[in-house]
Design a protein around this ligand. Structure first.
Ligand SMILES: NC(=O)c1ccc[n+]([C@@H]2O[C@H](COP(=O)([O-])OP(=O)(O)OC[C@H]3O[C@@H](n4cnc5c(N)ncnc54)[C@H](O)[C@@H]3O)[C@@H](O)[C@H]2O)c1
Length: 445
C-alpha cells in the first residue's frame, strides 16, 4: 500500500477522504489553492469541524503520511491516483458552476507527466451527467498532451458522505459507485478500495460515467423529496387539532416500502449539497427540454417551509416588530460548522423584514455565520445568553445541547416564554403545559 495519492480540494469531501486514506497507511498529498487552509493542515489542524477528523489529521501529519501544498507538481509527483474534490456551487440561474472543476482538471493535466505510469484521475465532485467524459476528459488530454485510456485513466466516483458524520461515512459507506470512462479504470479504483476497506468490500456498482453522475443527483433528489413530502404532511397536521407529524412519520416509517429515515419534519432541507444539487438537476432537465414537475414542487415546498415558523411566531406574538427573537442554531445541521445554504440565513432574512431584533447562537457555526451575516444580528456566546430576555425562541438546528434545555430554563430566562420548535426536539406534552409551545407539524388538541 505504499503508493501515493493526490487529493485536490481540501474541503469536507477532499480532506476527510485524504485523512481516511492516510490513516490506512497510504501516502497522501492534499493540494488546495487556499494557502491558509494548507498551512493549517500542515500543522495537523482541521480547517473544518468534523467529528473525529482532527484526531486523524494530527496522527497522520505527525507520521508524515499526509502532506499539504498549494503546488500541483508536488501533489502529483509520483502519484498513482488523483482525486478531484473541489466545489461545484450553483450559478445565479441554478445551473452548475463547473469553473473549479475545470481549473482543477487543467492543473492536474499539466502535472500529469510527473505522476506514476497508469495514473488514474478520479472525479469526486458532484457534476451533471456528461461532465466527466465531455468536459473533464478533453481538458485533461489537452493540458497534458496525453491520451485518456492509453496514457492515463479516468473515473467518476460520487461521494455520499454526510457532514457531521463524514469520517464515519467514509469508513462505512452504504455503497461505492464507480463510473468508468475507459475500460479497466473502474477495476483500478476498486483495487484501491479493496486495499482501503479490506474484506468484505462495501456493496459497489461499476457503471459508465453518465449513469454514475446521475445516480448522485437522483439520490439527493429522492432525499429532498422525502423531506418535502413529510414537511407537506406536517403543514397539514398543523391545521388539524390533535395531529402530530411525529406520530404520522413513525406510523408510515414502519412500512418497509417507505422506511423510517429522512422522515423528520422541520424547517426544510438545507446546506451546501441538497439545494444546489436539486437546482442543478432541475436546470439540467430543463436544458434538455423536460420540465421536472415533482422536483419543482419539492423545491417550492422547501422554499416555503421556513415561513411556517414565521407564521407560527406571528400568530403567537401578534407582531414581530421590535420583538426580540432568539434563534438556537445557525449551522445547516448539528455537528458541523457549515452554514452554507443554512435555513437560519433565510429565516433571519424573513424575521428582519418583519422588524424583529434577532439574537443567535450556534455551538460551532458562529464564526462562519459572522462572515456571511455581519452585524445584522446579535451573537450570543451560549444558548442561555441567546434566549435571555427574548420574546420568542425558535429552534433552528437540533444540536444536543439545545435538547437538554428544559421548560424551566426558558421560563427563567426569557421575557415571554414562547418556544417554537422548528426541529421537533422537545416533547409537546412536557412543554405545552408549562409555556407557550408551538412546533412544526403539531397542533394542540
Ligand atoms: N460537503 C458535503 O457534504 C458533500 C457530500 C457529497 C458530495 N459533495 C460534493 O463534493 C464536492 C466538494 O464539496 P465540499 O463540500 O468538500 O467543498 P468545499 O467547498 O468544502 O471544499 C472545496 C475545496 O476546494 C478548494 N479548491 C477550489 N478550487 C481549487 C483548485 N482549482 N485547486 C485546488 N483546490 C481548489 C477550495 O479552496 C476548498 O478548500 C462538491 O461537488 C460537492 O457537491 C459534498
Amino acid at each position: 500500500m505504499g503508493y501515493k495519492i493526490c487529493v485536490v480540494g481540501s474541503g469536507y469531501v477532499g480532506l476527510v477522504t485524504a485523512a481516511c486514506f492516510a490513516s490506512r497507511g497510504m501516502r497522501v498529498t492534499c493540494v488546495d489553492i487556499d494557502k491558509r487552509r494548507v498551512e493549517k493542515i500542515k500543522r495537523g489542524e482541521s480547517p473544518i469541524h468534523e467529528p473525529g477528523l482532527e484526531e486523524i489529521l494530527t496522527k497522520v501529519t505527525s507520521e508524515g503520511l499526509l502532506k499539504a501544498t498549494d503546488e500541483y507538481a508536488e501533489g502529483m509527483e509520483g502519484a498513482k491516483f488523483s482525486f478531484i474534490c473541489v466545489g461545484t456551487p450553483s450559478k445565479s440561474d441554478g445551473s452548475i458552476d463547473l469553473s473549479y472543476v475545470t481549473s482543477a482538471a487543467e492543473a492536474v493535466g499539466k502535472s500529469l507527466h510527473l505522476a506514476s505510469k497508469n495514473h488514474l484521475v478520479v472525479v469526486k465532485s458532484t457534476v451533471v451527467p456528461g461532465t466527466t467524459s465531455r468536459v473533464v476528459a478533453p481538458i485533461l488530454e489537452f493540458s497534458s498532451g496525453m491520451k485518456v485510456g492509453l496514457d492515463f485513466s479516468l473515473t467518476f466516483n460520487p461521494e455520499f458522505l454526510r457532514e457531521g458524520s463524514a469520517v464515519e461515512d467514509t469508513f462505512h459507506p452504504d455503497r461505492i459507485i464507480i463510473g468508468e470512462h475507459d475500460r479497466g479504470s473502474g477495476e483500478k479504483l476498486l483495487n484501491l478500495y479493496k486495499d482501503f476497506y479490506g474484506d468484505p468490500l462495501p456493496s459497489y456498482i461499476v457503471t459508465d460515467t453518465v449513469n454514475a453522475e446521475l445516480i448522485k443527483y437522483a439520490n439527493n433528489a429522492f432525499l429532498a423529496t422525502k423531506i418535502s413530502f413529510i414537511n407537506e404532511i406536517a403543514n397539514i397536521c398543523q391545521r388539524i387539532p390533535g395531529a402530530d407529524v411525529e406520530v404520522i412519520a413513525r406510523g408510515i416509517g414502519l412500512d418497509k416500502r417507505i422506511g423510517p429515515l429522512f422522515l423528520r419534519a422541520g424547517l426544510g432541507y438545507a446546506g451546501p449539497c441538497l439545494p444546489k444539487d436539486l437546482s442543478a438537476l432541475v436546470n439540467h432537465a430543463q436544458s434538455l427540454g423536460y420540465e421536472p414537475l415533482i422536483l419543482r414542487a419539492v423545491q417550492r415546498t422547501n422554499e416555503n417551509q421556513p415561513y411556517q415558523v414565521v407564521l407560527l411566531a406571528k400568530n403567537l406574538l401578534k407582531t414581530l416588530k421590535d420583538k426580540k427573537v432568539a434563534l438556537l442554531g445557525l449551522a445547516f445541521k448539528p455537528d458541523t460548522d457549515d452554514v452554507r445554504g443554512a435555513i437560519s440565513l433565510r429565516l433571519i432574512d424573513m424575521l428582519l423584514k418583519e422588524g424583529a431584533e434577532i439574537a443567535v447562537f450556534d455551538p460551532k457555526g458562529l464564526e462562519n455565520a459572522k462572515k456571511l451575516l455581519g452585524n445584522v444580528v446579535l451573537y450570543a456566546s451560549s444558548a442561555a445568553e441567546c434566549i435571555k430576555g427574548a420574546d420568542c425562541c425558535i429552534v433552528v438546528t437540533e444540536w444536543d445541547e439545545f435538547k437538554r434545555l428544559r421548560p424551566e430554563d426558558f421560563i427563567r430566562l426569557m421575557r415571554t416564554p414562547v418556544v417554537i420548535d422548528g426541529r421537533r426536539i422537545y416533547d409537546p406534552r412536557e412543554f405545552s403545559g408549562k409555556l407557550v409551545y408551538a412546533a412544526i407539524g403539531y397542533c394542540p388538541p
